[in-house]
Design a protein around this ligand. Structure first.
Ligand SMILES: [Zn+2]
Length: 267
């Protein structure tokens, strides 16, 4: 009798445990127990960059961009810290620009050119933008204080290991800042495009709007390189950024059509 009672009690205990486990499992499935974790995974899968990352590995393998050296090397002092370096002048399509490599850096100019040729021709305009007087064009430094690259209106500085996708991101900063000269509200327009698209490009881009633009520039380069199917997929996912980035990249003034192209209303 006592034994049977103990067995019954144990059955009762086990069934209560199972019920509790089922309840916890249901909670987890419905997203109640690990909502942050589940949301993170979902967000990452939906981020735009995630859907095109596979293109990065092969970018530029069939690129038509051809760069020709026209003079150099010439010994110069580089903008960052006046360190000694060598400079070349180069052309690609309609663009003229400089290449500068710090002395002692283990990167031949031919290798640098190979990497720069991986980006589609419209991106080469940024190489020209950073090649004004007193600027170094694409400049390779031994180190940039822990960063792999910096990009702006007057410089694209990289370390020897920075690849084409890093360059494509920096081109975003260079061309955005160049556009700002004629269109001071360009970043406000970008922010409106982010809101209109209602989609994240990447976690890094989510930090601040000009990094979102840099990240978009990178993804767009990969899609432009890959062809029309990938481009139209990107256009569908992020139509407002797509239109605005093409106007920045190709130096087209959208101001006359702003109202129609870019909804400025904020929700
Ligand atoms: Zn950046």
């Amino acid at each position: 009798m006592a034994k049977l009672e103990r067995t019954n009690n144990m059955i009762l205990m086990y069934s209560k445990l199972i019920a509790a486990a089922v309840a916890i499992a249901c909670l987890a499935v419905s997203g109640g127990l690990f909502p942050v974790w589940a949301a993170d995974i979902k967000k990452k899968q939906q981020q735009v960059e995630q859907q095109f990352r596979h293109l990065y590995r092969t970018i530029g393998e069939k690129s038509n961009t051809k760069i020709k050296l026209i003079s150099g090397p010439e010994a110069i002092k580089m903008r960052n810290g006046r360190v000694p370096g060598k400079r070349w002048f180069a052309t690609s399509g309609q663009f003229k620009f400089k290449l500068t490599i710090q002395d002692g850096v283990d990167l031949k100019v031919e290798k640098l050119i190979e990497r720069l040729e991986k980006l589609p021709l419209p991106y080469v305009r940024a190489y020209e933008v950073v090649s004004d007087e007193k600027e170094d064009g694409i400049a390779v430094y031994k180190s940039l204080g822990g960063a792999s690259a910096h990009g702006g209106k007057q410089y694209i500085n990289i370390i020897p290991g920075a690849g084409p996708m890093v360059l494509a991101h920096e081109v975003g900063h260079t061309l955005e800042q160049k556009t700002k000269e004629s269109d001071p509200e360009i970043l406000d327009k970008w922010e409106a495009a982010i809101e209109a698209d209602k989609v994240s490009i990447s976690n890094y881009g989510d930090k601040v709007r000009h990094e979102d633009l840099g990240e978009f520039s990178k993804v767009y380069a990969a899609c432009l390189d890959a062809g029309e199917a990938q481009l139209s997929k990107l256009r569908k996912l992020s139509p407002a950024r797509f239109k605005l980035w093409e106007s920045i990249l190709n130096d087209v003034d959208l101001s006359a059509k702003d109202a129609e192209v870019l909804p400025r209303t904020k929700n």
